[in-house]
Design a protein around this ligand. Structure first.
Ligand code: PLP
Length: 386
């Protein structure tokens, strides 16, 4: 976050228009399917009216998309009903039958499943790559159309060499798509680094309160028309309430992320010193694979990371997890409340076997008192060893 003043001002005032709405600070929420035309000429699209049908866009979706596009430095953004639908829209916009796509081995699980089940069935060749490979170009084929990046990757948080990947892909005329849910454009702006398309799950830090499913795809001038046309063709759009929640979340994103960063680092460093903990997988810690890439490309970190225990006994693990008072067990992250999520990477990798035997726990550090959170973890370690 090198220029907080600028970002803060943008997040505070973008997509507001008090003069237009009788002085109200926030824009109204448009619940719209039908949008009526003023005239037959409008109906025929001369000039093309900005809104014609709810699924294709409303003033509410436009307000959210305009804000995200400004943050991403994108030509345009397309809102979707979830982070996963944003991924689906982005990949299918650029890959079809007979094409080859490269997906990182540490990709978000449901993205992996979409590629394995749906894309493969549609005749797309899906290949998983080692996220820390030094030479991604080696895996390019004549029919490679998409290089997908997720940095840091899900569960294990390796950060790939984004710059090297983009350089190689550009030379081979391959579209680069990045899942930027972890960093958000506040900590990394994919399009500034030559990436064509950035996708985000706004369910996480953008909405920030664990109460909405929302995704967004942002793209360069060249890539945007394909993305928008694909979302339209797939029937993908976001609900008006969720868009409003997303826009509302953006207002405080910079403040929340700053706090999440500090808290995440404090708990990660505290865990590093615990004898029960074998490794902490937090990209901002020097011991995390790909840390040097995080340092090179990212402006900061958030509060989502994993750690690996020495322990391998699931019964003891269950005792630890079941007794937590504050770290509730559940999917997702980015909300105001702390979460933990146990997952074993070995079961969802094919290109890079996961050999770590210790049990893995992903954490999201929320806004509870930090000493209470440490106490909760400490009690958990006691149960683990008892
Ligand atoms: C959660 C998540 C998604 C999917 O987002 P949903 O809004 O849950 O569909 C995509 N990518 C990453 C990295 C995620 O963590």
């Amino acid at each position: 976050m090198t220029n907080p003043q600028k970002t803060g001002t943008l997040l505070t005032h973008i997509s507001t228009d008090p003069q237009k709405y009788d002085g109200a600070v926030n824009i109204p929420l448009h619940r719209a399917s039908t949008i009526v035309f003023n005239s037959y000429a409008d109906f025929e699209g001369r000039p093309k009216p900005p809104f014609v049908y709810g699924r294709a866009g409303t003033p509410t979706s436009a307000a959210f998309e305009q804000a995200v596009a400004a943050l991403e430095g994108a030509a345009g953004s397309v809102s979707t009903c979830s982070g996963l639908s944003a991924i689906v829209t982005a990949i299918t916009a650029f890959a079809g039958s007979g094409d080859h796509v490269l997906i990182p081995d540490n990709a978000y699980g449901p993205n992996r499943k979409f590629c394995e089940k749906m894309l493969s069935h549609c005749g797309v060749e899906v290949e998983f790559y080692a996220p820390l490979t030094q030479d991604i170009g080696k895996q390019f084929r004549k029919n490679t159309k998409v290089l997908f990046i997720e940095a840091p990757g899900s569960l294990t948080f390796e950060v790939c060499d984004i710059g090297a990947f983009v350089t190689a892909a550009k030379a081979a005329n391959i579209t680069v798509i990045m899942d930027n849910s972890w960093a958000s454009p506040l900590l990394f702006r994919p399009l500034d680094h030559g990436i064509d398309v950035s996708v985000m799950s706004c369910t996480k830090y953008i909405s920030g309160h664990s109460d909405a499913m929302l995704g967004v795809v942002s793209a360069t001038e060249a890539a945007y028309p394909k993305v928008k046309a694909t979302a339209l063709a797939l029937g993908i759009c976001a609900g008006s309430e969720e868009l409003y929640i997303g826009l509302r979340g953006l207002r405080t994103l910079h403040i929340r992320l700053k706090e999440h960063q500090e808290r995440g680092l404090e708990i990660a460093r505290w865990l590093e010193k615990r004898p029960e903990v074998k490794r902490v997988l937090h990209p901002a810690l020097a011991s995390c694979p790909g840390h040097e890439n995080w340092k090179k490309y990212f402006k900061g970190s958030c509060a989502t990371f994993s750690f690996i225990l020495h322990e391998t006994d699931k019964k003891k693990f269950a005792r630890m997890l079941d007794g937590f008072q504050l770290f509730h067990m559940g999917a997702s992250w980015g909300g105001y409340e702390s979460l933990c999520f146990p997952e074993q990477p070995a079961s969802c990798r094919t290109a890079t076997p996961w050999t770590e035997e210790g049990l893995l726990l992903r954490l999201h550090v929320g806004f509870e008192d930090i000493d209470d959170l440490k106490k909760d973890l400490e009690q958990g370690f006691k149960r683990l060893l008892s």
